[in-house]
Write a protein of this length. Structure first.
Ligand SMILES: C[S@@+](CC[C@H](N)C(=O)[O-])C[C@H]1O[C@@H](n2cnc3c(N)ncnc32)[C@H](O)[C@@H]1O
Length: 270
């Protein structure tokens, strides 16, 4: 089920650690790969679409925990986690029980049912808009995964009251590559091209330029005098990021600092 596809080359980042094999299936024991495949197939056979989507969501929240990328921990012998931002297999890993992981992903304290109950309490009335413009009518939520560099394709200028953004932290977390783990189950292709990041093909200059371009897009859609909050957390980009826009606005950024800036967009004269 997790195809014959190879792990992206630039993902062999595991200095000093035993690397995973070249294929995604190398990241799982045969038993867990089989159990996950059975589970995924059963979920895909559900005819009620919202239930199928919710169960697929629960599946993607736990499938990586059923992999071999989960180190054993003497302090917590019955649980583990995907410990580093890469595809790797630690010398001593835990083979977790797929059914128990899925049960917990659905019914556990931080599981889907509890999350849904919470969101039902918080968001009492909602109707999804197909386009941003539909928000003027009854619809009150517009959800879209879209390239920030093309934000203006879907959101008109001067139309947003508040922006909260959490841009990529240089290349410290290779989001697109790590996402491939779930993309393979879900059957979609990861888009590496649009990713604003730093890796073997994209250097800091690229990252800086694209981040600036992304903020320019955000600036355009934000109404005059309204606010933008940026969170940024990097332990490795210290010197680079100080010259980076808009983070340079805070002056100095120290290691391990997680910042939240509130930037007011100046009122425009015209
Ligand atoms: C720091 S993470 C934000 C994570 C998010 N706060 C969350 O909790 O899931 C940065 C995100 O920006 C995404 N990203 C990178 N380039 C992008 C682009 N051109 N357009 C839209 N998103 C992009 C990355 O894939 C990653 O998911």
């Amino acid at each position: 089920m997790v195809s014959q596809r190879r792990i992206p080359e630039r993902h062999h980042l595991c200095t000093g650690r035993r690397e995973a094999g070249p294929h995604f299936y190398d990241l799982f024991t045969k038993r867990n790969l089989r159990a996950l495949s059975l589970l995924w197939e059963s979920i895909q056979e559900l005819s009620h679409v919202p239930t199928r989507e919710l169960m697929s969501f629960a599946f993607t929240s736990m499938s990586h925990l059923a992999s071999k990328m989960t180190p054993t921990r003497p302090s917590r012998p019955f649980s583990s986690f995907w410990a580093i931002n890469s595809y790797w297999v630690p010398p001593s890993y835990m083979e977790s029980n797929v059914w128990m992981l899925f049960e917990s992903a659905v019914n556990g304290r931080q599981g889907l049912v509890s999350a849904k109950q919470d969101s039902n309490r918080t968001v009492t009335k909602w109707k999804e808009a197909k386009r941003f413009g539909d928000l003027q009518d009854e619809a009150n939520i517009f959800l879209k995964a879209h390239n920030t560099l093309e934000l203006q394709e879907i959101i008109p200028d001067d139309s947003v009251d508040y922006v909260f953004t959490d841009p990529p932290y240089g290349g410290s977390v290779p989001y697109a590559e790590l996402c491939t783990m779930w993309a393979l189950w879900k059957g979609f292709k990861t888009n590496y091209d649009d990713e604003i990041t730093i890796n073997d093909e994209k250097n800091f200059e690229y990252y800086h330029k694209m981040l600036q371009a992304a903020f320019r897009q955000v600036y355009k859609v934000l109404k005059s005098g309204k606010y933008l909050t940026v969170t940024f957390h990097s332990m490795t980009l210290r010197s680079g990021i100080q010259s980076s826009m808009p983070l340079s606005l805070v002056g100095s950024i120290s290691r391990r600092l997680c910042i939240s800036l509130q930037l007011e967009r100046p009122q425009r004269d015209c």
